[in-house]
Ligand binder design. Structure first.
Ligand code: C2O
Ligand code: CU
Ligand code: CU
Length: 421
């Protein structure tokens, strides 16, 4: 980072070896290191320059998931860098404080490269986020948690082709921030957890083992207007939620942990001393709104998600890099209706994602979305037979992907393109 020329980062996609299991080296991919990546810290209004370098021995792209940037720097499948190539991209940060991420997106290879370890975080801050008084001590009371499941072979290697399932590769081993069996040490205070489901296909429902509640403060693309008290939050692949757990209010004599829907322990906590830090959760955090006008707009784009395994389609079609599926005018809000059509087996959840924009959920099956989805989103869970209406506007021009973020579905062609003119 060099302030004189704005924010400058170098991001290298690399191969490496990581000691995930004691005494064994696993071959992995990473950004600026052997596994996962750095956190890129940006501020609204920044002019950002990122030098991207492909040091892998296969093509890759650098996609900024959730960032509202022009399509030519978005890093979709049209933007492949061959081994040894580099590209400098520039953009201005025009969106509000949020937790975004970045990962590769090469044609039919996204799932394998993410699986091998290519994923990093982007934090955007703004005047609002800096004045709210929320926990902001990175690694202390403001902690990113990237959840990914993997399958290791007998040699403790990530053998993607052996592990791969066309319906989404589900692993038997959970890694959090690339670590096996981590324990999180926290103080007896309010702790902000920035949860990212970075898995290829697995969904998580996060709860506290004691049944205590926590609050959700942010969705994919920004703060909720008000904190929403929850006992659990479900994230499908690529979705984020920022939650605050108030350890000063929990019975720390008990073993505390974040658990999944089935009760399995995801992350045990170790609560140490009483903290001096006084952070707060303000009652009002944002001014997100879905206007009457937006709610009354007619549906102008329809998306039908269908199928399983390698038979997945969008509107009956598979991805064709040469085909533009939709066009939309820059700066014009349209309503997209996304329907998950069940098949004979019942179907499955498809996490639907659109590049280059944050959108608003108007309704789920005609009903207002739950309170913790009344904020900016770039990925949404769509259940079988569910219809979701969203209002979306693109700030920039170019060709953007929309797809299922079950990464095997994406690579199996569950993706289309919208051209913003
Ligand atoms: Cu997370 Cu097409 O992206
Ligand atoms: Cu994306
Ligand atoms: Cu899918």
């Amino acid at each position: 980072q060099d302030d004189e020329e704005g924010v400058v980062y170098t991001v290298r996609a690399q191969r490496g070896k990581t000691e995930i299991f004691d005494g064994t080296e696993t071959e992995t991919y990473g950004y600026n290191g052997s596994f996962l990546g750095p956190m890129l810290r940006l501020e609204k209004g920044d002019n950002v320059k990122i030098r991207t370098i492909n040091e892998l021995d296969e093509a890759t792209t650098f996609h900024w998931h959730g960032l509202e940037v022009a399509a030519d720097v978005d890093g979709g499948p049209h933007d492949a860098l061959e081994p040894g190539e580099e590209k400098v991209i520039e953009f201005e940060v025009t969106q509000e404080a949020s937790t975004l991420w970045f990962h590769p997106h090469p044609h039919e290879k996204t799932s394998e490269q993410v699986y091998n370890g290519l994923a990093g975080l982007i934090y955007i801050e703004d005047e609002n986020s800096k004045s709210l008084g929320l926990p902001t001590d990175y690694g202390e009371n403001d902690i990113p948690l990237i959840f990914q499941d993997k399958i290791f072979d007998e040699e403790k290697q990530l053998n993607y082709s052996a592990a791969k399932n066309d319906d989404g590769t589900i692993g038997d081993t959970l890694l959090i921030n690339g670590t096996l069996n981590p324990k999180l040490t926290v103080n007896k205070e309010k702790v902000r957890l920035r949860l990212l489901n970075g898995s290829n296909a697995r969904n998580y429902t996060f709860k506290l083992n004691t049944g205590d509640s926590f609050v959700q403060i942010a969705t994919d693309g920004g703060f909720l207007n008000e904190p929403v008290t929850l006992n659990e939050v479900t994230l499908t692949p690529s979705e984020r939620a920022e939650i605050v757990v108030d350890f000063s209010q929990l019975d720390t004599e008990k073993d505390l942990a974040l658990i999944n829907e089935d009760g399995s322990i995801l992350l045990p906590f170790e609560v140490s001393v009483q903290s001096e830090t006084v952070s707060r959760i303000p009652g009002l955090m944002n001014d997100f709104s879905l206007t009457e006008e937006e709610m009354d707009l007619p549906v102008t784009k329809k998306i039908e998600l269908f199928g399983m395994m390698d038979m997945v389609t969008i509107n009956g079609k598979k991805f064709d890099p040469e085909r533009i599926d939709f066009t939309q005018q820059q700066g014009v809000t349209e309503v997209w209706e996304i329907y998950n059509k069940p098949d004979m087996m019942g179907g499955m959840i498809h996490p639907f994602h659109i590049h280059g924009a944050q959108f608003k959920i108007i309704s789920r099956n005609g009903e207002a979305p739950p309170e913790n989805e009344r904020g900016w989103k770039d990925s949404i869970s769509v259940s079988p037979d569910e219809t979701v209406k969203i209002a979306i506007q693109f700030k920039n021009k170019g060709v953007y992907m929309f797809h299922c973020h079950n990464l095997e579905h994406e690579d199996n062609g569950m993706m289309g393109q919208v051209k913003v003119e």
